[in-house]
Design a protein around this ligand. Structure first.
Ligand SMILES: NC(=O)c1ccc[n+]([C@@H]2O[C@H](COP(=O)([O-])OP(=O)(O)OC[C@H]3O[C@@H](n4cnc5c(N)ncnc54)[C@H](OP(=O)(O)O)[C@@H]3O)[C@@H](O)[C@H]2O)c1
Length: 315
């Protein structure tokens, strides 16, 4: 009997995922019965749920036979709020398209701040040519908090470009060209050295407001922040004060506490703030389908899923 896979992502993505999941399953020689609308299948028969927290399934109780919940997003805090069954593996999305997109976003915004591109773009004639050159990448320190699938890939990319990259994670890591650090003390040191600080941590009880007022005060003068992870990692009142006092040069934020960021939020008009609308990276149906089918194929072979969420750690 083919295994039953149900797509419980947003309805607008059904066509793309139907095509790519079917193609990936055929290429892998994996027999599945694919349902794109959860309403059309008995939940008690479903083996694998391809899931998004903003999709049509909000209650797992009738999915009694599940072997795995395959999340379409890297971040899983919204899924955990729905109370997925503890005895069913919850798998985070790790896929090439998502990773490569994040590398592009982070590299682009790091280079903007490194070169101080905004300062040198003039929209009217200027009397004098600027003679103040930006340093070389090798003389610029980029700090990355979170060295997982996304942070680790961005760190490796920026190091290969030539930046001095210091990274911080819970457990020790080895990434070529990157000074990898772990532990509480190393966090403060990393923040204090990073001229450009990139946040790629998951949102958990431990990381909520991890960039608090004390740590923002430790950032080097004129430092830039890039938050490509989750808004609540940052104490926004403290950040705004530091930006208003010109202690920090710029904050680029792809994520906010409330999304979309309300029109009255002071960030919108702030000359030292760039807001992007949660577009740093996105799960791409073609590459994500290959990753999902590879995960199901592993499970069918009796191997454990990769990237299973540790419910105690919260990511
Ligand atoms: N803006 C966007 O468009 C977008 C797109 C995709 C993802 N995201 C966000 O990016 C986040 C990261 O994704 P990912 O796939 O890279 O996650 P991941 O592979 O789980 O990596 C998380 C990293 O953070 C570290 N970490 C977690 N808690 C920590 C703590 N308390 N102290 C120190 N280090 C800690 C982990 O350390 P260990 O390695 O030691 O476990 C790991 O290095 C997601 O959770 C999501 O919120 C945003």
């Amino acid at each position: 009997m083919p295994h039953i896979v149900v797509f419980a992502g947003q309805a607008g993505q059904r066509n793309a995922y139907r095509q790519h999941l079917s193609a990936a399953a055929a290429a892998a020689g994996l027999e599945i019965t694919l349902h794109m609308d959860p309403e059309t299948v008995d939940p008690g028969t479903v083996d694998y749920l391809v899931f998004a927290a903003n999709g049509p399934v909000q209650d797992f109780t009738r999915y009694t036979k599940l072997s795995g919940i395959l999340n379409l997003w890297a971040g899983i805090e919204a899924v955990l709020e729905l109370g997925p069954p503890m005895d069913v593996p919850l798998v985070r999305m790790v896929e090439d398209g998502l990773t490569l997109g994040m590398i592009d976003y982070v590299a682009g915004h790091v280079l903007r701040h490194h070169l101080d591109v905004d300062r040198y773009i003039h929209t009217s004639p200027i009397a004098e040519w600027e003679v103040d050159y930006p340093p070389l990448a090798r003389d610029r320190t980029v700090g990355i908090l979170g060295l997982g699938a996304l942070g680790g890939a961005c760190a490796a990319h920026l190091a290969a470009h030539g930046f001095r990259v210091i990274g911080w994670s819970r457990s020790p890591k080895e990434i070529p060209g990157v000074e990898c650090r772990s532990g509480a003390e190393a966090l403060d040191e990393t923040i204090a050295e990073a001229e450009i600080l990139v946040l790629l941590l998951p949102l958990t009880d431990q990381t909520h407001r991890i960039l608090n007022a004390r740590r923002i005060a430790q950032m080097p003068r004129d430092a830039c922040l890039i938050n490509a992870a989750r808004g609540p990692l940052v104490d926004h009142r403290a950040l705004l004060e530091a930006l208003n006092a010109a202690l920090l040069r710029h904050a680029t934020m792809d994520v906010c506490d409330v999304e979309p960021l309300p029109p009255e939020d002071p960030y919108w008009a702030h000359p030292r703030v760039t807001i992007t609308p949660h577009i740093a990276s996105v799960t791409r149906p073609e590459t994500a389908s290959e990753a999902i089918i590879a995960q199901i194929a592993r499970h069918r072979r009796g191997e454990p899923f990769l990237h299973v969420v540790d419910r105690a750690r919260g990511y």
